[in-house]
Design a protein around this ligand. Structure first.
Ligand SMILES: *Cc1c(COP(=O)(O)O)cnc(C)c1O
Length: 305
């Protein structure tokens, strides 16, 4: 049976954060679903794993960078649900392995490195067929896990919200998670994403297409904010690190530096800039990613010096 105890994913935690317009933030703790298959990655994987099982596939093959939360989650899910796993990793091997890849190998994942040029072909059907031929009868899950089955899973993120709200926010990498959330809202409320990529405007097209493919609708109650990537994927600065540290100290919740930290940094800055209406209720989805913080520590130490 492919299921996790998802009772923790229902937790909505109100964040105490007094502000002039009385905007309220509730953090939806998807990070508590599982110690390793956490956050949005579980939702995105769930129906993909069920599909692999239906097709009687024994091996999952997927793609990611060396610090990918998706690679980490697939390795862990493979071990938990009895699949072999192959991770196609962008770039060259660096030893010792970083904590993300070290963990993935411990879970039994086989790592296969490809150069950046070949990596660009990752969504190409012929390239995938070639890989499948090399590795046998594999079930291919795309980079970041984003496909229609991922949208189906991500649309469940909003299932058990039992308060009324005006906004729901999440961090955006490939756009799969926000597309599922947009689909679940059926044009109601506002969905606001925060791009963690520099030059992320292409994500708006990507998300529009994904939502259309999944629902057949062109909803307009959503946007992706492009202002809080802080220089690009996994780029950080001193002020931001202070923000994440302060958040942990005051609110007692860990944020990750790549996704949820940047979303929360953006939300709070927008509150201070009076972007949200008086008394607006915001749900911010904690999509997990805490495992990546160990891998960021060297960068953080440099900044703090
Ligand atoms: C992967 C990831 C995201 C981005 O999800 P997409 O569906 O790729 O947009 C957000 N938050 C965390 C913690 C993630 O690991």
């Amino acid at each position: 049976m492919i299921e996790l105890n998802e009772k923790n994913s229902g937790i909505l935690q109100k964040i105490f954060l007094p502000n002039k317009l009385n905007v309220e933030i509730y953090l939806k703790r998807e990070d508590l679903i599982h110690p390793h298959i956490s956050g949005n990655k579980w939702h995105k994987l769930k129906f993909n794993l069920i599909e692999a099982q239906k097709l009687n596939k024994k091996t999952l093959l997927t793609f990611g960078g060396a610090y990918s939360n998706h690679i980490y989650a697939v390795a862990s899910a493979g071990k938990q649900f009895g699949f072999k796993t192959i991770g196609i990793i962008r770039g060259e091997e660096h030893l010792p392995l970083n904590p993300t890849l070290e963990f993935s190998v411990q879970q039994g994942m086989h790592l296969h490195y490809i150069d950046r040029t070949n990596y660009r072909k990752r969504n190409n059907k012929e390239f995938q067929a070639e890989l499948a031929e090399n590795f046998g009868d594999v079930h291919v899950i795309p980079e970041g896990g984003t496909n229609m089955l991922a949208l189906k899973g991500a649309s469940e993120i909003t299932n058990n919200i039992d308060i009324e709200f005006d906004y729901i926010c999440c961090a955006v990498g490939t756009g799969g998670t926000i597309s599922g959330i947009i689909s679940s809202q059926k044009g109601n409320r506002k969905v606001l994403g925060f791009s963690v990529l520099k030059n992320g405007s292409f994500l708006k097209t990507e998300v529009r297409n994904l939502v259309y493919e999944y629902t057949g609708e062109n909803y307009s109650n959503w946007d992706i904010n492009l202002d809080y990537h802080l220089g690009g994927y996994a780029k950080i600065n001193y002020e931001f690190v202070q923000f994440v540290n302060q958040f942990k100290e005051n609110i007692k919740i860990d944020l990750d530096y790549i996704y949820t930290g940047k979303m929360m940094y953006g939300i709070i800055d927008l509150i201070n800039k009076n972007f949200f209406d008086t008394n607006a209720k915001i749900i911010a989805v904690h999509t997990g990613g805490i495992q990546g913080n160990i891998g960021m520590q060297t960068k953080i130490n440099k900044l703090e010096k």
